[in-house]
Design a protein around this ligand. Sequence first.
Ligand SMILES: Nc1ncnc2c1ncn2[C@@H]1O[C@H](COP(=O)(O)OP(=O)(O)OP(=O)(O)O)[C@@H](O)[C@H]1O
Length: 345
Amino acid sequence: MGWIGFAIRITKVDQGVYVIEISGLRKTYRSRTGSVVAVDGVDLSVGEGEVYGVLGRSGAGKSTLLRCVNMLERPDAGTVRVGDVELTGLTGKRLRTARHGIGMIHQHFALLSSRTVAGNVAFALEVTGTPRAERKARVAELLELVGLTERAGAYPAQLSGGQKQRVGIARALAARPQVLLSDEATSALDPETTESILRLLLDLNRRLGLTILLITHEMTVVKRICRSVALMRDGRFAESGTVAELLRRPGSELASGLFPLGGPAGLDGATVVDVTVSGADADAPIIAELARRFDTDVRILGGAVETLATTRAGRWRLALPGTPQDNTGALEFLRSRGAEVEVAS
Ligand SMILES: Nc1ncnc2c1ncn2[C@@H]1O[C@H](COP(=O)(O)OP(=O)(O)OP(=O)(O)O)[C@@H](O)[C@H]1O
């Protein structure tokens, strides 16, 4: 299938190609009872074809941030660029046209109850001015893409939550956007359905090169599909980076949430170290090699090897007999094997 069309052109920047660039974003809600700073100076760069998650508790400012990306909320300050379009400067028809290049899916699906599945998807094509003659084929193509061909004639009330979200996804992709914004898209779904929707999103990301910016309060969503993640708290990003970077960042709160280590942080007569490896190194037998080379009775106190979205990673908490000084050579060996090593005690 040709996935061209509503092309958002991409601007090349120093570190790579960013499809979404947000800089110094601020949004304050004012009411008679006072004001709330919902987004308090956020910078965010989302690369082409990336799945980027913004994680945070209720009230952290995630929805406001996401709604500022397509100007459903107007920021008070800062800039938002999607492709090569600076959205903060747009109003009226130009803004509506720019929005066609940005799909959005919602927690409660936001479907038209009086229209069938096909009718809901067709509606998005009507709005973007697709000629009637092209609509039918395009609707069929979109329903196939999300696995709903058989339910084209059903009404939203006759669908499961997962099917409703599939309609939402088909509708969001109608104008062939390069960017998909996901507002807690799986929060109303059970774990199994969540998994099938996340699999679909990952598949669309890979097959279409779709860039996805999602907000969620669920670590499992980040773990399952995000290459990069930011932790949002009180309107700001407390931490951000790729999952691979975060796992190797000492003391990272996101890393401990994504991949908890477990095991005691201290042990009498032993040096306790946290070891993180990612990529191909994750499956190398470095612990066996360490034990052999240094003839040490290394103990594994906690940890595992896991695949987090696209990142293969191994994290272990190890106990090595003796003091950190006694183990200088062993720790150097681990580092020489590409491991991030943090001495816990
Ligand atoms: N339209 C609004 N008017 C006034 N205050 C608002 C409005 N929308 C959000 N807020 C406030 O802004 C802050 C951030 O809200 P926001 O919905 O962006 O957070 P969130 O992280 O998405 O949380 P949730 O998941 O609960 O929606 C909160 O204190 C919220 O009460």
